[in-house]
Design a protein. Structure first.
Length: 276
């Protein structure tokens, strides 16, 4: 599934519930990829001026849900309000509707209990680089979601980046810990690198720029390269050189690998707690 795939052929109604950052990222991706605005209905009590302006292009903003039949409904509200919001979404949901949740921590059983009986549901975990079309979303379907519904959901999710499907919902806690929370770990790396540069004598502003551009550039190189992260690391490392000296510290028995394992483990445990 490629993020650049055209959506021009989609003829069903796509209902987006919640137009916050993640919802808007998906919406913008759909429009860029040719989804007809007239096929989109957005439910958002407090739309941004940009979202409100799309109504002039044919997008339906806050329509009467009883007037709609949703082929796909994307639920992008905060998980704290899910119990109140989900029951109100029943009118446009039919036997052929697939409901796609991008709410963190809400398992399939919760979603199925709050929606009309038998509704096909897909639970997903996206991450924040979706805002620039470079995210990754992991999706797990309910037993009611058929192949065509999974394909349609995947095409819409791919507007924000790569999509991976799993069959075991229990893996979503680890997914959350690695890719859902992962951008924060990378940002922390940039922060720590900047602080270390300043401690080594660099002016703070220069240290911050060097760290920011280095992390961003290395990430882009990893994205474009056919080589894995370990190979790219080795390519930068000359025996006995400066990089090797730094990596000796980072790869020590108490270095970054066991620290990252503990961090991901802590995030996964917290995800399980939040999911009940």
């Amino acid at each position: 599934m490629t993020a650049a795939a055209s959506l021009q052929d989609i003829s069903t109604t796509v209902v987006l519930v919640g137009a916050g950052k993640m919802g808007v990222a998906l919406l913008e991706g759909w429009l860029v990829r040719g989804l007809d605005p007239a096929r989109i209905a957005v439910v958002e009590p407090h739309p941004s001026p940009a979202v409100a302006a799309l109504a002039a292009r044919g997008l339906r903003l806050n329509p009467d849900l009883r007037s709609l039949h949703a082929g796909v409904m994307i639920v992008a509200v905060k998980p704290q309000v899910a119990a109140d919001v989900l029951p109100s979404l029943a009118p446009p949901i039919g036997a052929d509707t697939v409901v796609v949740s991008i709410m963190a921590g809400k398992p399939l059983k919760f979603l199925q209990a709050a929606l009309p009986a038998g509704t096909a549901v897909v639970r997903t975990m996206p991450n924040t680089p979706a805002a620039i079309g470079r995210g990754i979303t992991v999706a797990v379907p309910s037993a009611q979601a058929n192949a065509a519904q999974r394909t349609l959901a995947g095409r819409l999710l791919a507007a924000a980046g790569d999509v991976e499907w799993i069959a075991d919902e229990a893996l979503m806690d680890a997914v959350t810990a690695v890719s859902g929370s992962g951008p924060a770990y990378v940002f922390l790396l940039a922060e720590a690198l900047a602080k270390a540069g300043a401690a080594a004598g660099l002016p703070a502003a220069l240290a911050e720029k060097l760290a920011r551009v280095t992390v961003a550039g290395a990430g882009e190189l990893l994205h474009r390269s056919a080589e894995d992260a370990a190979a790219l690391r080795k390519n930068v490392t000359s025996p006995g050189g400066t990089t090797a000296a730094a990596l000796e510290v980072l790869m020590a028995d108490d270095g970054i690998e066991p620290l990252m394992e503990r961090a991901v483990g802590a995030a996964a445990r917290r995800s399980r707690e939040l999911g009940g």
